[in-house]
Design a binder for this molecule. Structure first.
Ligand code: GDP
Length: 203
């Protein structure tokens, strides 16, 4: 069971630049991944609130960093813009790279990154880029292999084992699990990870 109540959550603000970020106090966890990795579905499932991720998908907000606050306003979940979408112009990709890399490397209240990857397409080049930014700043990262229901049990477990093998040596900072919003697999596990990161300051 999770300790924090993830369905008491509300949209706080969107940011498109360093200046637009909310106060860097308290604790927050960011969610990142390629577009279509299942980030919105995962956020909806973890919080139990269906309109939540719709907020991030509102036209004009998909390229922004979207902040949501829990009942304790000093605890936040953060939806990063999805990457890897071929049709996005280079200028926007560059801007995205700048604000996300700055955010990941400079934000003091950021306690961890949930990195989502479709289990059928894990560890693409931009996923590695995210992992490199995290490792460079020792930001704890937890990978969700999403849509685990799309593979059979054995194949899903094998993919998770392969991922862990690829990341051998980084266990101190990187953990991983299977996730499916359809079957419900892995929801409690990721909530417990969020609890751990968001509560750590009080430990
Ligand atoms: P986002 O772009 O990362 O926010 O991805 P979405 O949450 O919008 O999901 C992309 C597509 O994958 C949608 O068609 C979802 O219905 C589908 N999807 C997301 N999670 C799952 C899952 O756990 N299982 C299955 N089978 N499909 C999923």
């Amino acid at each position: 069971m999770s300790i924090l109540n993830y369905n008491q959550i509300a949209f706080l603000k969107s940011a498109n630049s360093k200046a637009g970020l909310p106060n860097d106090s308290g604790a927050e966890v960011a969610f990142g991944g390629r577009s279509n990795a299942g980030k919105s579905s995962a956020l909806n499932k973890i919080t139990g609130i269906h309109r939540l991720a719709r907020t991030s998908k509102t036209p004009g907000r998909t390229q922004l960093i979207n902040f949501f606050q829990l009942a304790d306003p000093e605890k936040r979940l953060v939806d990063l813009p999805g990457y890897g979408y071929a049709k996005v112009p280079d200028s926007i990709k560059k801007h995205w790279q700048t604000i996300v890399s700055q955010y990941l490397t400079e934000r003091k209240s950021l306690k961890g990154l949930i990195l989502l990857m479709d289990i059928r397409h894990p560890l693409k080049a931009q996923d590695w880029q995210m992992i490199e930014w995290s490792l460079a700043h020792q930001l704890p990262t937890h990978i969700l292999l999403t849509k685990a229901d799309k593979l059979g049990r054995g194949a899903a477990r094998n993919t998770l084992l392969m991922l862990k093998k690829e990341l051998l040596g980084y266990e101190e900072f990187i953990s991983s699990q299977l996730f499916s919003m359809l079957s419900g697999e892995g929801i409690v596990e990721v909530q417990e990870k969020l609890d751990e990161w968001l509560q750590a300051e009080h430990a």
